[in-house]
Design a protein around this ligand. Structure first.
Ligand SMILES: *Cc1c(COP(=O)(O)O)cnc(C)c1O
Length: 365
């Protein structure tokens, strides 16, 4: 390992987390959600590691085409659907399953009768007020699409807005609204993201759509993946590149937002917002060095951060520093930066070297 940041991607942890989803929703098939470059983990490698999934869900057609170029044979669902006849033709040619969430997408199907008609997922807006048709629009649209030359199978889905909060009544209302729709037009139904899968058994249908939990992260506010039996997949690490002795009162970093409370060692680590470490991480955000949590000291720069090394006096240049992952939950770093783990994982930049790992935990823990 050099002196630049690396993202270690643990394939065994991906497999474990998928298995966890299967245990919790044993009667459902699984669309493993791989949008946004598999939440920043790398689309192709993640698809390979999750090959025992029943299918892969992505947001956009270019992501689906990337999977095809990587020889993916799994069913692929495009949750954003298609926006032109060309995209529809590609979807039909590759047997992608598509979501229909607004009127133009239905109209686009008029006069389209490909050799291989499409499996389509009608999206109903049960309360999120983002994508989807209103519940009362579903029946007439389903009528219009049944027997349509472009549609080989019609399915129904919705998306939960507040499932990360188990006490919130919104999910139960959304599920009830979904259940009020007459099912006879639909082969399969799907409601649950990770939070719905883990938190609401009544949201499990023929298909579930876990994303964040596959990457080892709890979908619940204030939660930790470990509490859900999940293993972290990405470990972001770098190295200490300088250690200096500062005097009491010395300001550290841009703007001098941190001042040394006493004479102390300050270690500089080669990672910054240019790599995807969050610039908004506050003083005190933990960084793991030699098994100890050292507090961030001063502002995050593009390439560098500084930490208060008083708890690790033997620290030296070359020591490994873990920014998140094994031993340091990404959820905790996200809280310290005023964001969510999804954003941190998606935000690791191309400057970071990605390394595939397959950690064998049998026997070790
Ligand atoms: C992203 C997404 C998911 C997965 O959500 P997680 O919270 O990551 O589990 C499921 N369904 C749809 C439609 C999505 O866009």
């Amino acid at each position: 390992m050099g002196f630049a940041p690396q993202a270690l991607i643990d394939h065994a942890a991906l497999g474990h987390n998928l298995q966890r989803a299967r245990e919790v929703a044993p009667h459902s098939r699984i669309w493993a959600v791989l949008k946004a470059d598999a939440y920043g983990h790398g689309l192709e490698r993640t698809a390979r590691a999750l090959s025992s999934s029943d299918g892969f869900a992505v947001a956009r057609i270019d992501e689906a085409l990337r999977l095809k170029r990587a020889q993916c044979q799994h069913p692929i669902l495009i949750t954003g659907g298609c926006y032109s006849r060309e995209e529809l033709q590609l979807a039909a040619r590759h047997a992608f399953e598509i979501v229909l969430h607004q009127r133009q997408q239905i109209d686009l199907l008029d006069g389209f009768s490909p050799d291989q008609p499409l499996a389509c997922w009608l999206k109903v807006d049960t309360g999120m007020h983002r994508l989807g048709f209103q519940p009362e629009e579903i029946e007439p649209i389903a009528e219009r699409l049944s027997g349509h030359g472009a549609v080989r199978q019609l399915n129904l889905m919705t998306h939960l807005a507040n499932a990360d909060d188990l006490a919130d009544e919104t999910s139960r209302r959304q599920i009830a609204s979904f259940d009020a729709i007459a099912p006879h037009h639909f082969t399969y139904r799907s409601i649950a993201n990770s939070a719905g899968l883990l938190g609401f058994e009544t949201a499990h249908r023929e298909w579930v759509r876990p994303g964040i939990m596959l990457y080892g992260v709890s979908p619940f506010a204030g939660g930790r993946g470990e509490e859900e039996g999940l293993l972290p997949v990405m470990t972001l690490r770098s190295r200490v590149i300088s250690v200096k002795q500062c005097r009491q009162g010395d300001p550290v970093g841009y703007g001098g937002s941190y001042r040394c409370p006493e004479a102390m060692p300050v270690a500089v680590i080669a990672v910054g917002y240019g790599d995807g470490y969050p610039r908004h991480a506050v003083n005190g955000t933990p960084v793991l060095v030699a098994g100890r949590r050292l507090p961030l000291a001063g502002r995050v720069s593009m390439d560098l951060i500084s930490v208060d090394a008083r708890d690790c006096p033997e620290i030296q240049v070359g020591d490994e520093a873990i920014l998140w992952g094994r031993g340091l939950p990404v959820e905790e770093i996200a809280e310290k930066a005023g964001t969510i783990a999804y954003e941190l994982l998606c935000g690791v930049t191309r400057r970071v070297e990605f390394i595939d790992q397959d950690i064998d935990r049998k026997g070790s823990d």
